[in-house]
Write a protein that binds this ligand. Sequence first.
Ligand code: ATP
Length: 432
Amino acid sequence: MLTLETIVALCKRCGFVYPSADIYGGLNGVYDFGPLGTRMKEHIRSFWKKTLYQTDKTIIFFEGSLLGPTAVWEASGHIENFTDPMVDCLNCKKRFRADELDLTKACPSCGKMNWTQARKFNLMFKTQMGAMEDATSVAFLRPETAQAIFINFKNVMSSYRVKIPFGIAQIGKSFRNEITPKQFLFRTREFEQMELEWFCKPDQASTDFLFWLSQRKNFYEKLGFNMEHLRFRAHEKDELAHYSKECTDVEYQFPFGWKELEGIANRGNYDLSQHEKFSKKDLKVFDEETKESYTPHVVECSVGSDRLMLALLCDAYHEEEVENEKRVVLKLHPAIAPITAALLPLTKKLSDATFPLFNELKKKGFSVQFDETGSIGKRYRRQDEIGTPLCFTYDFESDNDKMVTVRDRDTMTQQRIPIDQIETIIKEKLTY
Ligand code: ATP
């Protein structure tokens, strides 16, 4: 059984993820991404973007600001409703989410039974802008990327000259002052979201919701997820937000249970009409066919890239017994693996001859690594552990016959191939 601790340890050991401000004892619910984590996240973003482009739909990429004025969050309902119920233990002073505890039982931290009343805690990070500290200088770090899209919907439509239906997609940081950040990258206070807001005519929204649902299913299949660890759970009527027409959560079976990975929702025209109401700006569009104006409806697909990275790592993690030794291997999709190919001289004597091959591939934009330290067996294991799908080994014959050995991560088979085929082999692996 895979434990979260195994993944956390691997992430730190190999340079995927470190606790933020590690040398100062860390910052709760905040993480830094190391060399491999940075590359893996880059690959996750590209995969998400590319699958949107591959739909033939009009998708426009956008980047909104992280800071927003109070008015935006009043209109969106975050000031009023973006809260979790919180209780304190009066004995040990620890804070908990009231909805995650049985308040008829003792404190899980100190064992005493001394709770405060549950009260609402707003999850937004509030800050001041400028030198004056008054109500007008208050700003908030965005708790989701979506609102920047809604408030720019008209700007994008007119400046880019697009017609309904179209989507605006954004990747960027969001901030939530979670009461109890936990389970590593699953619930953090600073995280990245990949969100698509799809604008359509009201009578198209239900059909488009189903379209995006199937697209998102394709995305997870293409990523190579074990589909037994993934489920699409439609919300019951009483679970839906009041404005939401239909909503399906993509859930993954993490080591700590089935949890939400992505939310897919038909949000009606709630968001745009709220911003119309509060900003008093017209956000309607004119329908050439019916000669009437209407407020577009929105289908949203929202996934956290850090949470997705954790799910991918859990799904890819395998331990195998090879020649009486444990082999740890991350069977990541080649396009997601942080390093696509490792270039390995059989011994250090061959480093000078191997290095130009690495350099050439690097210059062409491939995610490659050069590794000359340790036995070749050890180096293969190291690459297995970080999910590198291909290793190319340069040996004492290579100079003469212009061939190298390619080793496959999953099958561990080795084959001698001409050096001038390296690039083609890598490209083949990366196709999806
Ligand atoms: P949860 O119920 O788990 O708090 P949510 O329903 O509040 O999630 P949404 O507001 O729908 O989440 O956000 C969309 C996506 O953003 C989530 O599916 C998740 O992948 C990601 N996400 C939300 N909160 C966090 C967080 N604190 N840390 C990491 N990722 C998050």
